[in-house]
Design a protein around this ligand. Structure first.
Ligand code: CA
Length: 227
């Protein structure tokens, strides 16, 4: 999942970046509203964290511009002031949720995951597709109750596919949302990871969880199950 952090306080920005990377996100950062607008329009984001008090372009204005330009990814706002007006104005401008500073990183992480889940149409933190269960809190995967050991990158691909189960996701999109900007992008690598995921999730090729649509991408092909 690719997240943009727009925050002018360098210490907070860097600590969010570090912790989000550790939590498995691909992270872009911006230090003012103008940089945030550029990144928010140009990068293929899954979610954005936007501080309301920003130089150059205020957070509220940034959110309005992103929404006006048709960007629909979830936005979590950070506000230093525990004033109800800020939260209301932020939500009215098009944000989806808020966290009041100072916060614990775990709260930000939990809210981001809830936003991503809801954006994908999931109500519960456990994503179930057929016999595959992915727990977004524990970051574990089971198939028919059997635990499956995945590497971090395999997990991130599966989480992305399952959050948007039923949709076709192109190799380019997977590459852009799962690799950092400075990482060499080679979409052929995605094929290798998909092959490994298939072997781990479905060693005897009964379930066929991931469908390849030639020239279009991949789709998690098992039906979503209620939690
Ligand atoms: Ca600020």
């Amino acid at each position: 999942m690719r997240v943009l952090v727009v925050e002018d306080e360098a210490g907070l920005r860097e600590s969010l970046r570090t912790q989000l990377v550790e939590a498995g996100f691909t992270v872009d950062v911006a230090q003012d509203g103008e940089e945030g607008l550029f990144a928010g329009l140009e990068f293929p984001l899954d979610v954005a964290i936007i501080d309301l008090g920003l130089p150059k372009l205020p957070g509220l204005e940034l959110i309005k511009r992103l929404r006006a330009e048709g960007r629909t990814y979830p936005i979590l706002i950070l506000t230093a002031r525990d004033r109800w007006q800020d939260k209301v104005e932020g939500l009215q401008a098009g944000a989806d949720d808020y966290v009041v500073k100072p916060f614990h990183f775990e709260e930000v992480r939990a809210r981001l995951q809830a936003l991503l889940r809801r954006a994908g149409g999931w109500a519960s933190p456990q994503l179930k597709c057929g016999p595959i269960v992915l727990d977004t809190r524990a970051q574990t995967v089971t198939v028919e109750g059997r635990p499956v050991e995945l590497t971090t990158f395999e997990y991130r691909i599966l989480e992305h596919l399952m959050l948007r189960a039923g949709e076709v996701i192109s190799k380019t999109e997977l590459t852009e949302r799962l690799y950092d900007q400075d990482f060499e992008r080679d979409s052929n690598v995605i094929e290798v990871f998909i092959g490994r995921l298939r072997r781990k999730l479905d060693p005897d090729e009964r379930l066929k969880p991931i469908e390849t649509l030639r020239g279009r991408g991949y789709r998690l092909a098992l039906a979503r199950e209620p939690a």
